[in-house]
Every structure is written in structure tokens, then in C-alpha cells.
Design a protein around this ligand. Sequence first.
Ligand code: URA
Length: 238
Amino acid sequence: MKNVRLDKFLSEKGICSRSEAKIFAKKGFITINGVKETKSDVKIDPLEDIVLFKGEEISKGQKEYYMLYKPAGVVSATEDKKEKTVLDLIPKPYAKDIAPVGRLDKDTEGLILITNDGELNHNLLSPKKHVDKTYFVRVKGLLDKSDVEAVEKGIDIGDEKDTLPAKLNIISSDDESECEITIHEGRFHQIKRMFKALGKEVIYLKRLSMGSLVLDEKLGKGEVRRLTEEEITLLKGK
Ligand code: URA
């Protein structure tokens, strides 16, 4: 669908500002599907049109990295017939093949990385790499030293193997308790199942970080921003 202005597209790709786009288009620097385009306010289809800037294709092949503060009620999928997905929260245009790295439950909030960098996606999820994930958790019931020890030792959550040693920091303990937990795996419903095995129900769950990537405190629920070059480099471990 031709629904994005060329100048907006160029500025979001980091090529130039919207006002510069006007000048560059006039100068004949831009072609769309092989045809020179001299107006920067035309609408393009960001998913289908092939845009060249000074002869170089900018519409495809670029890696895109977004940090999303996922709100509750949104599913971690690329498409869903009924539910709102994390991709619905990414401003268009975005690369056709972006996808969330891993999943958070529909009722879980917090950090989700969304990218079309398949290698990074694979590396961050690989069970062999043990990438740290830290969550803020609110549970029903008290938390004490015995829970910290159990988490440190590994817990039987009904899988073939106990969970790997993890770290639990208690923030408060009362009828409802709060803590931060860092795990090095990503099993299905892992945090909820760990606390269930400890006799506690998770009533709120938010992911704070994944590897070196930390949820930006400036982002509100449902907001998104691109990763900085530094964040990308650190995540790639280079
Ligand atoms: N563990 C869970 O139980 N749910 C999540 O969404 C993420 C980790």
C-alpha cells in the first residue's frame, strides 16, 4: 500500500532529514522502481517499492533493531487474526522480515527486541549461550531466604532438568512481595513456573533486560525506539 511519504521514509531510514529529502529529490538523487522521483512528498509502498538513493538501494537489506516496552494485552507474534501484536506497535515503514526475539506472555510487560537480524536473534535465544534475562516480579505471598537459595540451586519445574542456577533479589516481602530475578535460560513460562514451584503465584511480570540490552526508562508502555549503534555493538558482543 502506498501509504508513506518519501521524505518520511528517507528520514526514518536515517538517510537525510525531511527538508533535505526535498532538495535531494529535486537534484535527482532518488529513484523509485527505476524511475527518477523529483518530489519528496509522493507516497510510496515501503514494503514493495524499491528506493535508490544516489544509486544505492535503501529499501531492502538493512538491518533494523527496535526496543519495545511491551504492554500487557499484546502478543509476541508477527501476526495474529484476533490479537494485537508487538509489530502493530512499530511505526511503519519497517523491514518486511522483522520479528520479536523470543516471546513474552500476553500478560507480561517489558523489554522486547525486534529485529530482522536473524543471526543476532538466533544467538540471543540459543540455549548454549545462556543470555541473562532479568525480570521484575510481584508475587502473592512472602519471599524469604529459602526462596533465594532454591533459585540459586535450581528448581524442579516439571521439565527433564531442573532450572539452571539463577539469582533472586528480594525487594519487599509481605502479603504481596516484589523481587528481581535473573535467569540464563528461556523456557516456556519459566518465571511463572519457577514461582509456582515455590508455592507463589506471579501477579505481575516485567522484563527489564536481555543480555546487555536494558529497557530504556524513558520509554512509556507501548512505546518503541531504535537501538543505538552502541547497543547493537554490545548485543552482538563485538
Ligand atoms: N517467564 C514467564 O513465565 N513469562 C514470560 O512472559 C517470560 C518469562
